[in-house]
Design a protein around this ligand. Structure first.
Ligand code: UDP
Length: 496
């Protein structure tokens, strides 16, 4: 643990979506372990999900205060309990969800007035744009977090500024200007700010970009060694502290088992026993994040691709809306579950992902390339089978496949916009999945080299968070800088 930074109080305000909240819970532990008091603001639903992890951290002597703020579901026209993006019964409710996030500002500010010690800074998800206003009112620095790496940030920045995507056809590849490597994308693979699809949230995205550019700096869940040249370039654009991989701050066994969801109903032992009976490095773990819900036809391609690969596998099944029934019927009544029962394990709902990835029987990770999952795969030293779907996932895929050389794509070509799941360019085939699995699990030179690189990156990741490692030092620098800013502010106040 670091020395006590008694007067510092870092306020963390995560976005209500597992891929954003989970790393901020880890971040709370990181700063508390370094002697900073941390106040984290959560909705009642997230307080239930993360309460026991925080209780254990507090029990071990860390100074973390959890403040619960009622999420204004009713006022925003959301059904009761819809307090996180993954709890929405339909993505049509996203505008209501955004409205609820805006209404969250007032009660949070009321609480902040009472805080002791007073807040030293707010580290907020970049999508909670009103924190810019709050920080101005409280005269404290705003640090943004959004869960992306520096490679991705730089690609988005350089495309946005050069506007190169505006002069190409949707499926015409172009090279992103100003990057250390020759990196090619098509417009259809870019995230929402650059490839909005039919949605009408361009105004909100521009607002996010504007408030992000005004922030004091940015914390990034990455480590320098994994993307050094991109970190160096991105630092020319923004003040950045890479303090990840944040998942490595949750290293107590119960925290790993309950990561993201502390429901008693999850029987981690059952999954571990199943894995114990498999050969080392033989199992494919397939999970497409906390939000992705495949259409029935794409789920069937995935399931058949895994079945045809002839490797043992774990498949995490998450369904939403109309497709749920069709998928469940196909799994049970059409005989998939029965056919694969000796070789495959289906997990319905939430899987203890980090726990599974760290089991020695797992040899490959089929991922949607959400950055948390990608980084968790890197920490576990796994080569990855990549199926990007939305957001910045195609950019993460490029980092894995081309820059780091530890991934093989299934052949996804375009971001899947809501309501456009059935367009031909959005489709992935079972053959694409099977052949990517075969290449990743290959016993020849190509497969061996890929696994070797993945193992080396895992070692680097672990070293980066140890005392003296790059992420450890970046966290020290951030804490010192916030302390200095606080001292300067006091001096100015005193002189006035
Ligand atoms: N996760 C998990 N179990 C699940 C699904 C997801 O533990 O069944 C965790 C995963 O380990 C990661 C986060 O949820 O930490 C998902 O974040 P990511 O950025 O990978 O993707 P998103 O869900 O935001 O698309």
């Amino acid at each position: 643990m670091g020395s006590k930074s008694d007067h510092l109080n870092f306020v963390l305000i995560p976005l209500m979506a597992p891929g954003h909240t989970i790393p901020m819970i880890d971040m709370a532990k990181l700063f508390a372990k370094r002697g900073v008091k941390v106040t984290i603001i959560l909705t009642p639903l997230d307080a239930t999900r993360f309460g026991s992890v925080i209780d254990r951290a507090v029990g071990s002597g860390l100074s973390i205060q959890l403040l619960q703020v009622k999420f204004p579901t009713e006022e925003a026209g959301l059904p009761p309990g819809c307090e996180s993006a993954d709890s929405l019964p339909s993505y049509n409710l996203i505008p209501n969800f955004s409205h609820a996030i805006n209404l969250f500002q007032k009660p949070v500010e009321e609480l902040l007035k009472e805080l002791n010690p007073t807040p030293s800074c707010i580290i907020s998800d970049k999508h909670i744009t009103w924190t810019a206003d709050t920080c101005e009112k409280f005269s404290i620095p705003r640090i943004v977090f959004d869960g992306m790496n520096c490679f991705t940030q730089l690609v988005i920045n350089n495309v946005y500024i050069s506007k190169i995507h505006e002069s190409v056809l949707p499926e015409e590849p172009f090279i992103v200007p100003g990057l250390p490597d020759e990196i090619e994308f098509t417009k259809l693979q870019l995230p929402g700010l650059l490839n909005p699809g039919p949605s009408n949230v361009t105004g909100f995205r521009e607002q996010v970009r504007k408030t992000e550019s005004q922030a004091y700096g940015m914390v990034v869940n990455s480590f320098e060694e994994v993307e050094q040249r991109y970190v160096d370039e991105f630092r020319k654009v923004k003040k950045v502290w890479c303090i990840g991989p944040l998942s490595l701050w949750s290293n107590e066994s119960l925290d790993i088992a309950q990561r993201g969801n502390n429901q008693d109903s999850i029987d981690s032992d059952q999954f571990l026993n199943w894995l114990d009976n498999k050969k080392p490095g033989s199992v494919i773990y397939a999970c497409l994040g906390s939000l992705s819900r495949l259409s029935a036809s794409q789920f069937i391609e995935l399931a058949l691709g895994l079945e045809e690969s002839s490797h043992p596998f774990i498949l995490v099944v998450k369904t939403l809306g109309e497709d749920s029934e069709e998928i469940e019927k196909w799994i049970v009544e059409d005989g998939f579950e029965e056919r694969i029962k000796k070789r495959g394990l289906l997990i319905r709902g939430w899987a203890p992902q980090v726990l599974i990835l760290s089991h020695s029987a797992v040899g490959g990770f089929l991922t949607h390339c959400g950055w948390n999952s990608t980084l968790e795969g890197i920490c576990s030293g796994l080569p990855m089978i990549t199926w990007p779907m939305f957001g910045e996932q195609f950019l993460n895929e490029k980092l894995l496949v081309q820059v780091l050389g530890i991934g093989v794509g299934v052949g996804a070509r375009a971001v899947v916009h809501l309501g456009e799941e059935e367009k031909p360019e959005m489709k992935v085939t079972r053959d694409g999945i099977t052949s990517a699995i075969q290449r990743v699990m290959d016993e020849g030179i190509e497969g061996i080299e890929r696994r070797k690189r993945a193992n080396e990156l895992s070692e680097m990741a672990k070293r980066s968070v140890e005392m003296g490692g790059s992420s450890y030092l970046n966290a020290t620098m951030l804490i010192q800088e916030i302390k200095q800013l606080g001292n300067q502010a006091k001096l100015i106040e005193h002189e006035m």
